[in-house]
Design a protein around this ligand. Structure first.
Ligand code: DP6
Length: 416
């Protein structure tokens, strides 16, 4: 290693993902090996992503991490497993201009600094661990010049958080549960990229909630221990659904896609109810959103929108196309208008062009919306939704070369 002190940095951006066939239950808690395959859609990183800068320097005396500006501990097993696995794959790095030469074996002694930031409100209860661990592993792999491809990296990100392995790719992604005891074949593969089905529009309703939810990790552990429905789901239901979902995605068959997505979300929440003690992730607002979508789909004769809910009350609504998304947003804004003091600009975020298509420019336009005809006696529930995010399927991880986007200082390796 050169004597002079230097800092080498890499910044990456990684998307979050939403499962349409859910992962719920582990057969190995440490390696994070699931009881069934799962399939997800990667969400556009322009609206929901994690940005992570990783740095290495001989002047660092310990591994450190900052999340959204606050220092957090890296001592947890999941972080340690990811760091160890990536270090084991590190290769020689040389940067003559900066006088940097790191031999393969040096990586074991060198410490890293990590700064991570979510471009969406963390309080929203949107899965941030998926994008977070995927970004950590992807950025470290690039810093250490690991030669593994994204599928191989996904098997490392999986050890940070199961759902993270699916954030290594854009478009539609399958996490193959694998058979090997060491987890080496439990990894993510891309089914199709984001261009394959680019008509889809995604609207996320961030639902207001007072209650602190059971974490996915604890929830699924309880389900594995107590739910017979989970056993049946993993063995009999999911394998068939995975095949059908792959077909639906390949053929862009929205009818089948929507039916499978909604059924799988509902079964996941049924498993939660079948758990002892029962887990309630959805609330009254979530149920009202389901009912709103079901009534509309039913009145149209063919599904216009699919819904899916993770371990929380937020609804992820996938519309067949822009026209369906525009109508959906009008219906949602009628049923869930912003509370009086909120402004529309912060109530509908992400791709605001859908608001424009819906002919909505200000609160007066929301007030003038007609009630959805398919919902008899439709009520307006002000304040039950905190805000909406309009987005679409998106691409996988990227390296960011613009130094101004780095979260660590290029000379000190400390947060900017
Ligand atoms: C409901 O990946 O957060 O979102 O592996 O314990 O970190 P750990 O759990 P996590 O679980 C996600 C569960 C889910 C469904 C899914 O994303 O497939």
């Amino acid at each position: 290693m050169a004597e002079k002190t230097w800092v080498r940095m890499v910044t990456a951006q990684t998307p979050t993902n939403i499962a349409v066939i859910k992962y719920w239950g582990k057969r190995d808690e440490t390696l994070i090996l699931p009881v069934n395959d799962s399939i997800s859609i990667t969400l556009d990183p322009a609206h929901l992503c994690t940005i992570t800068t990783v740095a290495v320097s001989p002047s660092f005396d310990q591994d450190r991490m900052w999340l959204n500006g606050k220092e957090i501990s890296l001592s947890g097993g999941r972080y340690q497993n990811c760091l160890r696995e990536i270090r084991a794959r590190a290769c020689e790095v040389e940067d003559k201009e900066k006088g940097i030469k790191i031999a393969k074996n040096d990586w074991e002694k060198l410490h890293v600094h990590v700064a991570s930031y979510n471009n969406f409100p963390t309080a929203a209860g949107l899965a941030s661990s998926a994008a977070g661990f995927a970004c950590l592993v992807f950025a470290l792999a690039k810093l250490m010049k690991a030669r593994e491809d994204n599928s191989e990296l996904s098997a490392i990100a999986r050890q940070g958080s199961g759902s993270a392995c699916r954030s290594l790719f854009g478009g539609f992604v399958k996490w193959i549960m694998g058979k090997a005891e060491d987890g080496s074949d439990s990894l993510a593969v891309q089914l199709v990229d984001e261009k394959h089905w680019d008509e889809l529009v995604i609207i996320i309703a961030v639902v207001s909630s007072r209650q602190k939810e059971t974490s996915s990790t604890t929830g699924m552990r309880d389900s594995v221990e107590t739910s017979l429905l989970l056993q049946h789901r993993a063995k009999e239901v999911v394998p068939k659904r995975i095949k059908q979902m792959e077909e639906a995605i390949k053929n862009r068959d929205f009818g089948s896609f929507a039916q499978l997505t909604c059924a799988d979300s509902n079964q996941f929440h049924a498993v939660c109810l079948d758990t002892c003690p029962p887990i309630f992730y959805m609330n009254d607002t979530s149920h009202r959103i389901i009912s709103c979508v079901e009534k509309w789909n039913c009145s149209e004769g063919t599904p216009q929108v699919a819904y899916t809910f993770d371990a929380g009350p937020n609804a992820v609504l996938i519309a067949h196309n822009r026209k369906a998304a525009t109508q959906l947003l009008q219906k949602l804004l009628f049923c869930f208008p912003p509370s009086s003091d909120a402004d529309l600009n912060s109530y509908v975020i992400g791709d605001k062009s859908i608001l424009k298509d819906a002919g909505i420019e200000d609160i007066k336009d929301v007030e003038a919306l007609p009630p959805p005809p398919e919902i008899k006696g439709a009520q307006r529930c002000k304040g039950d939704v905190s805000y909406f995010i309009c987005t679409k399927p998106g691409r996988g991880p990227d390296l960011l070369f613009d130094e101004s986007l780095a979260l660590l200082h290029p000379e000190t390796g400390l947060p900017k």
